[in-house]
Design a binder for this molecule. Structure first.
Ligand code: ATP
Ligand code: MG
Length: 218
């Protein structure tokens, strides 16, 4: 999938300026950059949650921004998985129910997926009884339940300690490396960059490829 000549402005300010971004199956891409540089805006465009002022987003040879809203909604449901900084679980549903709520077709077994993510002993627990790391792993499981081809994460480790953050990053990277998905992760934590294949920095509206190891000046 590919963003081509994507530009977007808010209130007359150009946030993204003629962006090109190609993400291949099996690739985990990290996005870094200063606060307010447009990282989340870029991720929302990739997640079909925001239509850019200009440019195309080619997915399976089609420009998804030429589809109607209903087709985009279906694509979002089937092909995109989101993970945010906070897990945003529904407080009165158990771990298993969080997944069953949004499961479209029985492509994956929810219990098996949760077990694979180390949550087999938490299936019938409510969010309030989980640790931060467990909650975030439920959020990852929820992003994966419909087997999307694209996984997007906006600072998924920001509310976690290093060990748990690392676990979540490794789970995301594994989705690319072992399942052939495309993963795009925004992170401020340079210690997490090594699990990704490429690091891109958003600065002054443009994307620059960083050599791994120089990401800490973000
Ligand atoms: N819905 C909106 N309406 C107006 N301006 C917006 C909107 N969303 C974002 N912006 C502005 O666009 C710029 C980029 O915002 P964005 O959230 O993409 O940055 P970011 O790189 O994700 O920052 P952070 O690291 O703080 O999360 C900021 O100046 C922000 O104020
Ligand atoms: Mg952001």
């Amino acid at each position: 999938m590919r963003l081509s000549h994507v530009s977007h402005q808010f209130d007359g300010q150009l946030v993204l300026n003629d962006i090109e971004l190609h993400v291949s199956p099996g690739e985990c891409v990290a996005i870094v950059g200063p606060s307010g540089s447009g990282k989340s805006t870029l991720l929302y465009i990739l997640g079909l949650l925001r239509k850019p002022d200009q440019g195309a987003f080619l997915m399976n040879e089609r420009d998804v921004f030429e589809l109607d809203e209903e087709q985009r909604r279906l694509l979002r449901l089937h092909e995109v998985g989101f993970v945010f900084q906070q897990a945003h679980l529904i407080p009165y549903l158990t771990v298993l129910e969080q997944l069953e709520l949004i499961q479209e077709k029985k492509k994956l077994d929810a219990k098996q997926l949760l077990t694979d993510l180390g949550l087999g002993h938490r299936l019938h627990h409510l969010p309030a009884t989980l640790s931060g790391g467990e909650k975030q792993r439920v959020a990852v499981a929820r992003a994966l339940i419909n087997s999307p081809q694209l996984i997007l994460a906006d600072e998924p480790t920001a509310s976690l300690d290093y060990e748990n953050g690392r676990l979540v990053m490794e789970l995301l990277a594994k989705q690319a490396h072992e399942e052939g998905r495309r993963v795009v992760v925004i992170t401020h934590d340079e210690r997490m960059l090594d699990v990704c294949d490429r690091v891109l920095r958003v600065i002054d509206g443009t994307l620059t490829e960083l050599n791994k190891g120089e990401g800490h000046h973000n």
